[in-house]
Design a binder for this molecule. Structure first.
Ligand SMILES: [Zn+2]
Length: 238
C-alpha cells in the first residue's frame, strides 16, 4: 500500500543549482527542468513538457536549452519529444540540441529518424544523438554528469520480463549533487550514487511486492532516499 503521493511540482534549490519536477506519474508523464547559473537542462521530456517549460521560463528561453537527458524510452518519459523538437524548429533554434540517451533505446532512435524524415529539410538546428553505454563522465559547461545503468524492464506479450536500456544520472554542480534514478527496480548502482547526494530523486512505482522486478516499493525507495541529504519520491502510482 502506498502511503505517500507526491504533490507536484517538486522543487529543490541550493544556491544556483535548481531542479523542478513538473510531474512524474506512471503511464502519464515525467517532465523535469534543471538549471545551473547559466544553463538549463531538460530531463525526461514526457508529454506536456513544452507547456510546462513555456509556463516556467517563457516561450523564448526554451530555445536556449541545448541538452536533454533521457532515462529510458517508455512513452511517459519521451512522449513530449516530437512536439518539443518541432517547436524548436518553428521558433528557429540555432544552436545544436544534444539528446543523451541509453544505447539501444529504440524510441529515441525512431522518433529522431521519423522527425528527420518529416522536418529534416527545414530544420534550423542540428540534433545530436549521444548514446550512452559504458560508464562515462560528461561535461556540459560547468555541470558534470555521471550517467549510470539501472534495472528497468517491461513485460512482453508472453508475460516475460525484458530488460530495456535505462539510465540514471548523477548531476554535479558547484560542489552539490543531484541523483536522478529514472525508472528502476532496486539496484546497487543507484544505492551507491544516491548516498550523500544533496538530493536524490527516487522512483517508487511498484504497487506491491509483485512489481519489484520493474519498480521499487515506497519502502525500498525511502531506504535509498534516506542515505542522501534530501530526497523526493517520484513516479508513485496515484
Ligand atoms: Zn519506465
Amino acid at each position: 500500500m502506498n502511503k505517500y503521493v507526491p504533490k507536484y511540482p517538486l522543487v529543490w534549490q541550493k544556491d544556483d543549482f535548481f531542479i523542478k519536477i513538473f510531474t512524474s506519474i506512471p503511464n502519464l508523464a515525467t517532465g523535469i527542468l534543471m538549471a545551473t547559473k547559466n544553463d538549463k537542462f531538460v530531463i525526461d521530456p514526457g508529454d506536456g513538457i513544452l507547456k510546462y517549460l513555456t509556463n516556467e521560463i517563457g516561450p523564448k528561453k526554451i530555445l536556449e536549452i541545448n541538452d536533454i537527458f533521457v532515462s529510458h524510452g517508455h512513452h511517459d518519459h519521451v512522449g513530449g519529444l516530437w512536439s518539443y523538437l518541432t517547436y524548436l524548429s518553428v521558433m528557429k533554434k540555432k544552436k545544436p540540441l544534444n539528446i543523451y540517451y541509453p544505447k539501444g533505446c529504440m524510441e529515441i532512435i525512431s522518433i529522431h529518424n521519423a522527425f528527420q524524415q518529416v522536418y529534416g529539410h527545414e530544420l534550423t538546428y542540428q540534433i545530436k544523438l549521444i548514446e550512452i553505454d559504458d560508464p562515462v563522465t560528461l561535461m556540459c559547461n560547468s555541470l558534470k554528469i555521471e550517467p549510470f545503468k539501472v534495472k528497468h524492464s517491461e513485460i512482453t506479450k508472453e508475460g516475460e520480463i525484458e530488460f530495456i536500456p535505462s539510465l540514471g544520472f548523477k548531476f554535479i554542480y558547484d560542489g552539490k549533487s543531484i541523483c536522478y534514478g529514472g525508472d528502476t527496480a532496486y539496484c546497487e548502482t543507484l544505492v551507491e550514487k544516491s548516498k550523500d547526494a544533496d538530493l536524490a530523486i527516487i522512483e517508487a512505482g511498484a504497487e506491491d511486492e509483485e512489481e519489484t522486478d520493474l519498480h521499487m516499493t515506497q519502502e525500498q525507495a525511502i531506504k535509498i532516499g534516506e542515505t542522501a541529504k534530501e530526497y523526493f519520491l517520484v513516479h508513485v502510482p496515484e
